[in-house]
Ligand binder design. Structure first.
Ligand code: ARG
Length: 551
C-alpha cells in the first residue's frame, strides 16, 4: 500500500512541486498525502498528530498506536508526571535555559492540566501514546508551541517515565509499610492478651512442644518487621532522582540536577545517565520485597485455613470475615485466608515478569521497559488488598483457647520437657533421657494412653529406674509450667513474649516515625514546589523568588 502511494505520488510530483513545498514546512509539521482530488494527489501541510512526527511522512497505523500506547497503565502517573514537569520547568528557568514568561505559561497550563484531569475534562488519549505526550500536548495546545514547546528542553521521556515511576513507587512503599505496621499491631494485640495461652507448636505438622498463642503472634511480628525493613531499603533506592539523565547521555544544557532533587523530595541524584535509563532494578527489588511479604501472608493464610477446620477447631472466624456455600447450608469458609494464599502466586508472577523482561536488555532505553508498570501496579494492589483486610480478620477471630490447651495435652507435646527434667534433676545424659522418654511413649501409645494417665506414666518411668512422685510428674508435664520455664532468649516463656512484645512495639514506633518523616519530606517538597509555582503564576520573576530549594 505504501509502495502504491509512492508510485502515485511520483506521477504527480511535477504538478504539486513537493520539494519546494517541503522547504517551507516548519519542522513540527510533516508533508503527507491527505486526499485524492480527481486525478490529482494533493500534498498537505497538516500538523503531525505526534509530537515526534517530524521525520515521518505517513500517519502511524491505528494498530500500531493501539499496540504501543500505555495510557491505561499511565493513568496512575498523571499527577507525578505533572509534578516532575513542574520541577523540570522551574529548574530550566532558574538556570536561564527558558525565560520567566516561558515558565509562567508552562506552569499555568500544567496546573490547568492537573485540574482538568481531576474534573475529567482532560482525558488521556491513546493516540497520544502515553502520559508524557498527553500532558505535553495539553500544554502545547493551551500555551502554544512557543511556550509549551520548551518544556521538553534537556529532557527525554526516558528519564521522565523514571521520575514518574520513582515518585509512584516511593509513595506506594510507604503505603504498604503503613498497612504492614497495622497488621503487626493486630498481632501485638493478640500477643498481649495471650502470653500465657498454651497451644501446641508444630514441626512437620505434628505436635512438637507447647508454645503460647502470644508466642505464635509475635513470631509473625518478628517476621513482618523484616518485611518492613526490606521495604525500607527498597525505599532508599526508589528515592533517587533520575531526572536529567535525559535520553541516555545527559545534556549539553547546564541543568541543575540537585535542584530537581530538592523540588521532588528525592534524597539524592541517581547520577550515571546511561545506568539511570537502563535501570529498573528498583522495581524488581520492590517486587521481590512484595513477593516475600506475600509469602509470609500466604503462610498466615494457610494457618488460618488449618485452624478454622473442624479437626483443629482452634479458631473461629467472625461471620463478617467468612463466606458461605451456594449449596451446602452448613458451610462457613475461610475464603479471605485462601485468597491471600492464592494471590501470592500472582505477585511472584509479576516479579518474574519484570526479571525476565530485564535479563536480555542491552543498556539504554528499550521499549520492553514500558511493560514494567502493569506488574508493579498489580503487585501493589494485591499486597495492599491483603494488608487492608487481614488486621480486621485477626482482631475479630475468636481463638478457642480450651481447644488449644486440650490439644496441648493430647499428643505428648510435653515429652521434650520430661527428657530435660531427667537431665536436670537426675543427672542422666540427654541421649539417655531421650531414649527413656521415647520408650515410655512407645509403651503408652501401644496401650492407647497419653501422659494424662499419670499412674501409668509413673509406672513406666519406675520400670526404667526413674522415680517421681505423682505431683512431681504432674508439674513436669504441665504445659503452663513448661511454657514458663522456657526463659531462654527468644523462647516461648510469657516473660520473653512480653519482653519481645514491648521491643517489637518500640521498633514499630520507630518505623512508624520514619514513615511519617518520609511522608513529610514528600509533602514539604511538594508544598515548596507549589509555593514557587504560585509566585511564578502571580508574575514574580524566578530570580526574585525565595525558596529553601535554591540552597
Ligand atoms: N511509555 C514509555 C514507558 O513507559 C515512556 C518512555 C518512552 N520512550 C521512548 N523512547 N519511546 O517506558
Amino acid at each position: 500500500m505504501i509502495a502504491n502511494l509512492i508510485l502515485q505520488l511520483a506521477s504527480v510530483s511535477t504538478t504539486c512541486q513537493a520539494p519546494s513545498l517541503r522547504a517551507i514546512i516548519p519542522l513540527a509539521f510533516s508533508s503527507r498525502v491527505t486526499r485524492h482530488a480527481g486525478s490529482l494527489w494533493i500534498l498537505s501541510t497538516t500538523p503531525s498528530t505526534k509530537l515526534w512526527g517530524g521525520r515521518f511522512s505517513s500517519e502511524t497505523k491505528t494498530e500500531t498506536q493501539d499496540f504501543t500506547q500505555s495510557v491505561d497503565a499511565d493513568s496512575r502517573l498523571v499527577a507525578y508526571d505533572i509534578w516532575g514537569s513542574q520541577a523540570h520547568a522551574i529548574m530550566l528557568a532558574r538556570g536561564e535555559i527558558i525565560s520567566d514568561e516561558d515558565l509562567r505559561q508552562i506552569l499555568i497550563w500544567l496546573r490547568r492540566a492537573e485540574e482538568d484531569y481531576d474534573n475529567r475534562t482532560f482525558v488521556l488519549k491513546p493516540e497520544k501514546e502515553d502520559v508524557h505526550m498527553n500532558v505535553e500536548s495539553y500544554l502545547i495546545d493551551g500555551a502554544g508551541i512557543e511556550y509549551g514547546g520548551k518544556l521538553h528542553t534537556a529532557r527525554s521521556r526516558n528519564d521522565q517515565v523514571l521520575v514518574d515511576a520513582h515518585l509512584y513507587v516511593r509513595e506506594q512503599i510507604l503505603g504498604t509499610q503503613i498497612g504492614l505496621s497495622q497488621l503487626c499491631r493486630a498481632f501485638l494485640r493478640i500477643a498481649s492478651n495471650h502470653a500465657e495461652t498454651v497451644m501446641p507448636g508444630y514441626t512437620h505438622m505434628q505436635h512438637a512442644q507447647p508454645i503460647s498463642l502470644g508466642f505464635w503472634a509475635t513470631a509473625y511480628v518478628s517476621m513482618l518487621l523484616r518485611d518492613l525493613k526490606r521495604l525500607d531499603s527498597a525505599y532508599v533506592l526508589a528515592n533517587m532522582n533520575p531526572l536529567g539523565a535525559c535520553a541516555i547521555a545527559g545534556t549539553s544544557f547546564a541543568i541543575d540536577r540537585d535542584l530537581t532533587t530538592k523540588l521532588l523530595g528525592f534524597d539524592t541524584v541517581h547520577e550515571h545517565a546511561l545506568d539511570v535509563i537502563s535501570s529498573r532494578d528498583f522495581i524488581a527489588e520492590t517486587l521481590f520485597c512484595l513477593s516475600l511479604l506475600m509469602t509470609n501472608l500466604s503462610r498466615l493464610g494457610e494457618e488460618i485455613v488449618y485452624w478454622t477446620t473442624h479437626e483443629f477447631g482452634t479458631a473461629v472466624l467472625d461471620d463478617a470475615y467468612s463466606t458461605g456455600s451456594s449449596i451446602m447450608p452448613q458451610k462457613k469458609n475461610p475464603d479471605i485466608a485462601e485468597m491471600v494464599r492464592g494471590r501470592c502466586g500472582r505477585v511472584y508472577g509479576e516479579l518474574l515478569d519484570v526479571l525476565t523482561n530485564l535479563k536480555g536488555l542491552p543498556l539504554g532505553y528499550n521499549r520492553d521497559l514500558q511493560e514494567d508498570k502493569p506488574p508493579l501496579w498489580d503487585a501493589f494492589d494485591i499486597v495492599q488488598s491483603c494488608l487492608g483486610i487481614l488486621p480486621g480478620l485477626l482482631e475479630t477471630t475468636r481463638f478457642n483457647t480450651d481447644r488449644m490447651a486440650e490439644l496441648c495435652n493430647a499428643n505428648f507435646a510435653a515429652a521434650t520437657e520430661l527428657a530435660n527434667y531427667l537431665v536436670r534433676e537426675q543427672g542422666i545424659a540427654f541421649r539417655e533421657s531421650h531414649e527413656i522418654v521415647g520408650g515410655i511413649i512407645g509403651d503408652l501409645v501401644k496401650e492407647g494412653a497419653t501422659f494424662d494417665d499419670l499412674d501409668k506414666t509413673r509406672t513406666l518411668l519406675q520400670l526404667r529406674s526413674v522415680n517421681l512422685s505423682k505431683s512431681q510428674l504432674q508439674e513436669v508435664l504441665d504445659s503452663n509450667l513448661i511454657l514458663r520455664g522456657n526463659l531462654s532468649l527468644g523462647g516461648t516463656s510469657p516473660a520473653e513474649v512480653r519482653r519481645m512484645t514491648s521491643e517489637f512495639d518500640a521498633e514499630l514506633r520507630n518505623i512508624d516515625a520514619e514513615i511519617l518523616l518520609r511522608q513529610e519530606q514528600i509533602d514539604v517538597s511538594y508544598a515548596q514546589t507549589h509555593q514557587i509555582i504560585e509566585e511564578v503564576i502571580a508574575g514574580k520573576a524566578i530570580s526574585e523568588i525565595e525558596s529553601p530549594c535554591w540552597a
